[in-house]
Design a binder for this molecule. Structure first.
Ligand SMILES: Nc1ncnc2c1ncn2[C@@H]1O[C@H](COP(=O)(O)OP(=O)(O)OP(=O)(O)O)[C@@H](O)[C@H]1O
Ligand SMILES: O=P(O)(O)OC[C@H]1O[C@H](OP(=O)(O)OP(=O)(O)O)[C@H](O)[C@@H]1O
Ligand SMILES: O=C(O)c1cccnc1
Length: 480
């Protein structure tokens, strides 16, 4: 994409704090921040990590140009020393992230940044907005795709997206989450996501009659003809006219009609009637496509009702994650360095669930070697080693008497280093690989975690050393 300088896309307080850190001689103080989220949208059992590639681009392009500096100077609140620092700004942080397409769970770090506090703090806004947005849409898209039970879901949301990047990155996230393609053309040019689509009502309205409109379309696209049949009356005119045109314009040319699209009315009833009519006309292979404010709940319902739909087009409720439009990822300071030693920091809260997990950490996913299924995630100190040859005791960090010893497991580190002292050390996989990886990783989750209603809570535990360190910090603070 054409580069726009997004360096100043940061909350103003990041800049005032940065200026203040410098004034206090703390500019080079090393700090650690974690991004994590607290709740899976739509009460789902898991979310999908997405947006790392855009985050990498952001880190690579961070630099303050003349216009940025002049603007900041005009505010009259920043020291010349700070403006000079910004002019020579170079990103020097280490960054770890969970790879795109990985199922992620509440309270585990999905991004960790270590570096001079000025820089590590400054990037908060873009880290959160990038990962929050794409992970939200990928998670929503995956719910819709799962509801469709193997039927193709096309993403039709650009026109109702919240801004152009909401459309483009939304299309990207939806593809990772399982959509087969998008109506967003630029997403194919940029990301190789298949650009697909049918026709609008305006096409049908423009011609003197529906029959004329269908004929005209079929003549231009005999090999890829999907007709929109609900402009006037699906059963009385749309379907009969479509069948007539298929017979007149498509079959004689040696092609097969691709489909019809229904965009209003009772989708169950109309799709069943359409299926019957198409089958009777010898078009058993002609697909029935449905659209119209669909989401996972409506798709699940109409399939339960016996709808005969082969493909779904889903726009507004997917691209805006309408039922729950906030992912809620946050960015918290978890440690600082003092004389080269990592000193954990904690954020307290009356609400126990909101107390942060302190320290520089790693996230491990435990897989059962027999079934290949994910059993639990465990947060550990960053340098802890998990020995797969020995039994490992998992325990609930809140109810510590709940314990389980696991054997015969594979433990995989989830946080991968993507930047080393400001240099990118990670090669992003192709988007098609990410999509495939996502599907594969979801298959490692038990059905109970994946189901829509009251999914089983996947365990995100703390290792014994991390749990003890957290207790110690809590005790220190309560003693104060
Ligand atoms: N069988 C069904 N069960 C449950 N929901 C359905 C069924 N068929 C359609 N829907 C959904 O019901 C909603 C109906 O939307 P709406 O009120 O816009 O009606 P419409 O048929 O599109 O009307 P219009 O002709 O004005 O476009 C849509 O979200 C659609 O997906
Ligand atoms: O309902 P969504 O899930 O967002 O799916 C996309 C919608 O966008 C189009 O309608 P629109 O009225 O914008 O254009 P049209 O005249 O081509 O139907 C399309 O026909 C769908 O109804
Ligand atoms: O191609 C389509 O059918 C389409 C594209 C965008 C929005 N609604 C439908």
């Amino acid at each position: 994409m054409d580069k726009i300088n997004l360096t100043l896309l940061t909350d103003f307080y990041e800049l005032t704090m940065a200026n203040g850190y410098l004034e206090n001689g703390l500019g080079d103080k090393i700090a650690y921040f974690d991004m994590f989220f607290r709740k899976v949208p739509d009460n789902g059992g898991f979310a999908i990590m997405t947006g790392v590639e855009q985050l990498i681009q952001y880190f690579k392009n961070l630099s303050f140009d003349e216009r940025d500096i002049e603007y900041l100077r005009s505010k009259g609140v920043f020291s010349e020393k700070f403006l000079e620092y910004l002019q020579n700004f170079e990103f020097r942080c280490d960054v770890w992230a969970i790879p795109e397409g990985t199922p992620i769970f509440p309270n585990e770090p999905v991004v960790t940044v270590r570096g001079p506090v000025i820089e590590a703090q400054f990037v908060e806004t873009m880290i959160l907005l990038t990962i929050n947005h794409q992970s939200l849409i990928a998670t929503k898209a995956n719910r819709i795709v799962r509801a469709a039970q193997g039927r193709a879901v096309m993403e039709f949301g650009s026109r109702r997206a919240h801004g152009y990047d909401g459309a483009i990155y939304g299309a990207r996230a939806a593809y990772i989450g399982g959509c087969v393609g998008t109506a967003c053309t630029i997403a194919e040019r940029e990301f190789n996501i298949p650009a697909i689509g049918t026709m609008a009502h305006s096409w049908v309205q423009l011609f003197p009659s529906e029959l004329d409109a269908f004929r005209a379309y079929a003549r231009v696209y005999p090999d890829n003809c999907v007709l929109l049949v609900d402009t006037y009356n699906v059963l009385k005119s749309g379907i009969p006219n479509a069948i007539k045109v298929f017979n007149e314009e498509i079959v004689p040319k040696g092609f097969r009609p691709q489909g019809i699209r229904i965009d209003s009315g009772d989708i169950t009833y109309l799709s069943r009637e359409a299926r019957k009519a198409l089958d009777e006309a010898g078009f058993e292979d002609c697909k029935v496509v449905a659209s119209n404010s669909l989401d996972e709940y409506i798709i699940r319902d109409i399939l339960l009702q016996g709808a005969e739909v082969d493909q779904f087009g889903v726009g507004e409720r997917l691209i805006t994650s309408k039922s729950e439009p906030v992912f809620g990822g946050v960015y918290k300071l978890v440690a600082i360095e003092e004389n080269g030693r990592i000193v954990p920091r904690i954020k307290l809260s009356e609400n126990v669930a909101k107390i942060t997990n302190p320290g520089f950490k790693q996230v491990w996913r435990f897989f059962d070697k027999d079934t290949g299924k994910a059993m639990a995630d465990v947060l550990t100190m960053h340098d802890e080693i998990i020995d797969e040859s020995k039994p490992y005791e998992l325990f609930d960090p809140e109810h510590t008497w709940k314990r389980k010893t696991v054997r015969n497991f594979k433990a995989k580190r989830l946080l991968k280093k993507i930047f080393d002292k400001g240099s990118c050390v990670y090669k992003c996989p192709e988007l098609s690989e990410v999509k495939h990886y996502c599907q594969q990783q979801i298959e490692t989750l038990w059905d109970a975690v994946v189901r829509f209603e009251n999914p089983h809570k996947y365990f995100v535990d703390l290792s014994e050393p991390l749990w003890e360190m957290k207790q110690e910090l809590l005790q220190q603070h309560s003693a104060k």
